[in-house]
Design a protein around this ligand. Sequence first.
Ligand code: KMH
Ligand code: ZN
Length: 272
Amino acid sequence: MDKLIITVAVCGAEVTKQHTPYIPVTPEEIVQQSYEAFLEGASIVHLHVRDENGNPTQNAEIFKKVVTMIREKCRGMIVQVSTGGAVWMTAEERLQSLESDPDMATLTTGTVNFGNDVFMNSIPMIERFAEEMKKRNIMPEFECFDMGHITNALNLVKKGLVHGHLHFDFVMGVPGGIAANGRNLIAMVDNLPAGATWSVAGIGRHEFPMAAMAIAMGGHVRVGLEDNIYVKKGELAKSNAELVKKVVKIAREIGRDIASCQEARQILNLKE
Ligand code: KMH
Ligand code: ZN
């Protein structure tokens, strides 16, 4: 079994200081929490950024600033920017994060209900995002919020819009998306082509149960305040690092080693 790649999703677009005072929103806070998570064993940082009011933005300059700071402070960490942004953003707005020259970027391969909102990803949009990533030599991570999103991702490969190693992230437990449970996880994994790698991002209270399943099954794990703000029932996590630390503990208890950044790059076939 490969060593475990841990992705930390540090702030996302939805969680505010009203939800938890520990959510990082300034570039300095985002970088500091990424660094602490890196020290605990996270090898990928999944990045969103916020404007000066703490609101989500895909502003290229803010992304460039944060990516540069993370590269300086967290040697070798894989930087993955979001092209998901927030539900109200246009495709053009969402694509701006790619200007920060990341190692990876998320590519959500289908539309999904997102609570009371709709996270829009039409087929033409998905293809445009894939083309843009290909042009810039940025590796996509397919974000699959539902089963059909796997089919849509594989269609990009068939059309020649994506090539090389394929890496999927199953986002499970979003209200409106696929439910977070073992049966659904097995079905999703069963739909992947040979050689593909995958991780799970369990939303809310599903974060750690889904992480434990992924660890045991040979998948990889995403945790972070973007997905879940509690370290256990009723207790807010005081940082992203605390969530990463808990995953590392679960992995160690069942004998799965943690991938360094360099090892994660090898598993994903990403350049150093
Ligand atoms: N904020 C969500 C609407 C991604 O980062 O690619 C989309 C999201 C997925 O977070
Ligand atoms: Zn995200």
